[in-house]
Write a protein that binds this ligand. Structure first.
Ligand code: GLN
Length: 303
């Protein structure tokens, strides 16, 4: 039976809100746009027209996946971070609003370094943090490192999406192993590692624990494995005076700050996210050991 976009929208919205989905209005619109391959503007323009059976079926299929708990971002295949669109897939965490503070502070620190700058995004996932910096700061080059092939695939797609092939690369690497010298040194090392204590994983929301990758969430017994490993092993990848910035989970900021103090970092700072949670812990590698200029130049040639 022929049905208009408007009727299909109302039907979808009703199904989502009866299932307790808070943003039913917004999600119904996004599902319809994805099924019909229309922008929101095109959907509003065509709202009183008849849709096709294929679009109605596609809408129902997406709605069923959503009702089974799958995050809307995975249904859509993309999500926005710091106002920029990023491809997403179940191979990487969906970019969180909380993480925008990490990207913002990383960009602030990059701006403190004169001339061309390099940022390393470790455990990059979609690459949203490093690529936001490269997209918004034209003098910045980004290296995205992740252990997961699926995440690296997303990084590559996001690099191309933002036309950053000249200034960003993705590489396979393990954050818990010492970095290769070939990476050179960076002005900023930014990392949103897995930080949920293993024992807390079972209590996460269904949409997180059943759909997002465990590899990106499990931070070991106390959730701090990656902070310990990276703080100990990755300092050589920072230029003297370079900044290390971590996103941390609730209640972890002070412990992570101590790890930085013990490793000799200076100017330790803790910053809250917009929800009032201590979210970013950062420190600066001491400046005193200057690297000869010649060495700087060779290192800056590789991205
Ligand atoms: N913030 C994420 C969550 O609470 C976890 C992110 C992470 O482990 N890096 O689901």
């Amino acid at each position: 039976m022929a049905i208009t976009y408007h009727d299909l929208y109302l039907k979808t919205r009703m199904a989502l809100s009866s299932a307790g989905i808070e943003a039913a209005q917004l999600e119904a619109r996004e599902i319809l746009c994805a099924a019909a391959e229309k922008t929101a503007e095109e959907l509003y323009r065509d709202i009183s027209l008849y849709t096709t059976d294929a679009i109605a079926e596609k809408t129902e299929a997406l709605q069923a996946r959503r009702l089974a708990g799958e995050p809307i971002a995975y249904l859509l295949g993309e999500w926005s971070f710091c106002g920029l669109p990023f491809f997403v897939s179940p191979a990487a965490l969906i970019p969180r609003v909380d993480t925008e503070m990490l990207a913002q502070l990383a960009m602030n620190r990059l701006k403190e370094h004169p001339g061309h700058t390099r940022i390393l995004d470790l455990c990059a996932g979609t690459g949203c943090v490093g690529l936001t910096a490269a997209a918004l700061l034209k003098n910045t080059r980004a290296v995205l490192v992740d252990l997961s092939d699926g995440a690296l695939d997303l990084c590559k797609r996001n690099i191309r999406r933002h036309k950053l092939t000249g200034r960003a690369v993705s590489l396979k690497g393990d954050a818990l192993q010492a970095p290769s010298h070939a990476l050179g040194q960076f002005d900023v090392l930014v990392c949103n590692p897995p930080y949920i204590p293993t024992g807390d994983l079972a209590a996460l929301d269904t949409s997180v624990k059943d759909f997002e990758p465990l590899l990106a969430l499990d931070g070991g017994e106390d959730g701090l494995d990656f902070y310990r490993g990276i703080t100990e092993l990755w300092q050589p990848a920072l230029k003297p005076g370079g900044h290390l910035l971590y996103e941390v989970g609730i209640g972890q900021a002070e412990k992570v700050a101590w790890l930085l103090v013990k490793a000799g970092y200076e100017n330790i700072r803790i910053t809250r996210d917009t929800g009032g949670i201590d979210r970013v812990v950062e420190g600066q590698r001491p400046k005193e050991r200057e690297i000869p200029d010649m060495l700087h130049e060779t290192m800056e040639e590789d991205v």
